[in-house]
Design a protein around this ligand. Structure first.
Ligand code: SF4
Length: 161
């Protein structure tokens, strides 16, 4: 079984599944081995010291990391964790300083990801290029099963901004 996350992301894909979906669709994987092997994204919110050392010592590079926002308040809100756990900056710096290549991901959520916070995220990550190799920016995906009132559907106008 892969390592699983301890986050409560408001946009979690598991909340978009029908209740009778097959159990494997509810696995909230957060496993740096799968990130290295298959490109699965992790948030690093609950990475252990052993896992961090393993990435560095065994050169498990690249790692695919869900950043979502470099603004700590926004990131903590999106992930549903406190700011201490959401603070990715020191972990990211440690991996980058050790020569681990990072591919970043940002999920855009209208009303939460503002133009300002998105711009800050892109600029902060761009400043780390080429150590941060890519930034994948994807819109929030909603199904009829995720009815969280905090979420607003993406529109073409929002994406245009
Ligand atoms: S990190 Fe992924 S699996 Fe975990 S709550 Fe967030 S979206 Fe869901």
């Amino acid at each position: 079984m892969p390592r699983q996350c301890a986050n409560e992301c408001i946009f979690c894909f598991c909340k978009g599944n029908p209740a009778d979906a097959r159990p494997s669709l509810f696995i909230k994987d957060e496993d740096v081995r799968l990130s290295f092997l298959y490109g699965n994204y992790t948030t690093l919110t609950s990475i252990t010291e052993d896992e961090m050392q393993r990435i560095i010592e065994q050169r498990l590079s690249p790692q695919y990391v869900s950043i979502h926002a470099t603004d700590l308040t926004v990131r903590a809100y999106l992930l549903g964790v406190d700011e201490h756990r959401a603070d990715i900056a020191p972990k990211l710096a440690r991996l980058l300083d050790a020569g681990i290549e990072i591919h970043a991901q940002v999920v855009l959520c209208p009303g939460i990801t503002t133009v300002r916070s998105c711009g800050k995220t892109i600029n902060d990550l761009a400043a780390q290029y080429p150590r941060v190799t890519s930034v994948a920016i994807v819109p929030l995906g909603l199904t009829r099963y995720n009815t969280d009132a905090r979420l607003t559907a993406v529109t073409p106008e929002f994406c245009g901004k």
